[in-house]
Write a protein that binds this ligand. Structure first.
Ligand code: KG4
Length: 343
């Protein structure tokens, strides 16, 4: 096998509505290019058919840009890593098929990567000239995105175990749906974040779930939020528009409380104080602040990814790809995509 330091991997991520390509040199990211799809904003959510079509338009220019930005020729590539799932099937198929075609034409191996594993291992991506500290194993990872809310015990690059997860909606999904109810745009999470900075997190009390163990639930909170709005608009039709900041702050604070209470319980149960945050919702200001507060109060060692590696990106897929490359964990040409799974 070539020297570990000379392993160039092209990674492709297309599981939802971001077309992303990255070039990695071992565990170091050389380029990470992402094309987002504004087309979904007008529908208040991702429309799968439109997402697939946009991936078809974006994939060639995005891969081309990633190679150019990295200063790497296709012929230098050692392997192609791609997101196999979970995600939207039509979106995944664009990336998977493209990876297969390019790998076949170059005569290099393919590496299939689980999208969730990518989010979790994003903490190990290195960048030129950037001081970086990765978590030691084992650590707990709170993985919060638009499709998942999980607490994962990470024992090594390969061994991970879900110790708690949502039994209904994901945290990001709840953010997006409640933003939609308030007539805000999509994705709602960043909008709620922005509004919440100017609001009172104690202005309203929403009901919290009582789920045993380490699992989450967000559907009850969503209903509680909706009923609160309905109650106020009966007497004051413009109530929501005039109280957006307090509503956003109180809702966000409840989501963060729910996430942190179970995470704290997990650290106590498993006796692990190394705690990482990942997934799109990890960009949330209040959640990041809560991580710092818990670290101070309970002596946690925390790991929060930089913004560019929180949302869907190909660098995290390339990082997993690199470790699989070292294990010669390649996949066959007939490897299918999958839409749902556990790690
Ligand atoms: O990981 P991600 O980019 O995509 C997947 O779901 O795989 O996560 C997207 C989710 C959306 O629900 C979005 O509203 C949420 O992350 N999000 C945020 C913030 N930025 C993105 N939620 C709260 N605060 C934010 N700043």
């Amino acid at each position: 096998m070539e020297n570990e330091k000379d392993i160039y991997i092209l990674a492709i991520e297309s599981s939802c509505d971001d077309t992303s390509a990255a070039v990695m040199l071992a565990d170091k990211v050389l380029s990470n290019v992402t094309a987002s799809q504004a087309v979904h904003e007008q529908y208040g959510g991702v429309v799968p058919e439109l997402a697939s079509r946009a991936h078809e338009l974006n994939i060639v220019p995005v891969v081309d840009a990633a190679l150019k930005r990295a200063g790497v020729e296709k012929t230098q590539l050692s392997a192609i890593a791609f997101t196999r799932g979970p995600g939207l099937m039509g979106s995944l198929l664009v990336g998977v098929s493209f990876a297969k075609g390019l790998a076949a034409s170059l005569g290099i191996p393919m590496i299939e990567v689980n999208h969730l594993q990518g989010h979790i291992l994003a903490h190990f991506i290195k960048e030129e000239g950037v001081e970086h500290k990765s978590p030691e194993f084992p650590f707990l990872c709170l993985m919060v995105s638009g499709g998942n809310s999980q607490i994962v015990k990470v024992d090594s690059y390969k061994e991970m175990q879900i110790v708690g997860q949502t039994i209904d909606d994901a945290a990001g999904e709840a953010m997006d749906k409640c933003a939609k109810v308030m007539g805000l745009g999509y994705p709602g999470g960043p909008i709620i974040d922005r509004l919440a900075r100017k609001g009172d997190p104690k202005a309203y009390t929403f009901s919290k779930p009582h789920i045993p163990g380490l699992d989450y639930s967000f559907s009850g909170l969503k209903t509680s939020f909706l009923y609160t709005l309905r109650k106020f608009v009966v007497d004051e039709p413009n109530y929501v528009e005039t109280h957006l900041e307090d509503l956003a702050a109180s809702f966000e604070a409840t989501v963060v409380d729910i996430l942190m209470e179970k995470l704290y319980k997990a650290t106590k149960q498993l006796g692990i104080k190394r705690v990482a945050l990942s997934g799109g919702v990890s960009a949330n200001t209040a959640l990041r602040q809560a991580f710092h507060d818990y670290a101070k109060r309970y002596g946690w060692e925390i790991f929060i990814p930089k913004f560019g590696f929180t949302t869907d990106n190909a660098a995290m897929i390339g990082l997993v790809g690199y470790y699989k490359f070292l294990d010669k964990d390649f996949c066959a040409m007939n490897m299918p995509a999958f839409s749902r799974t556990v790690i």
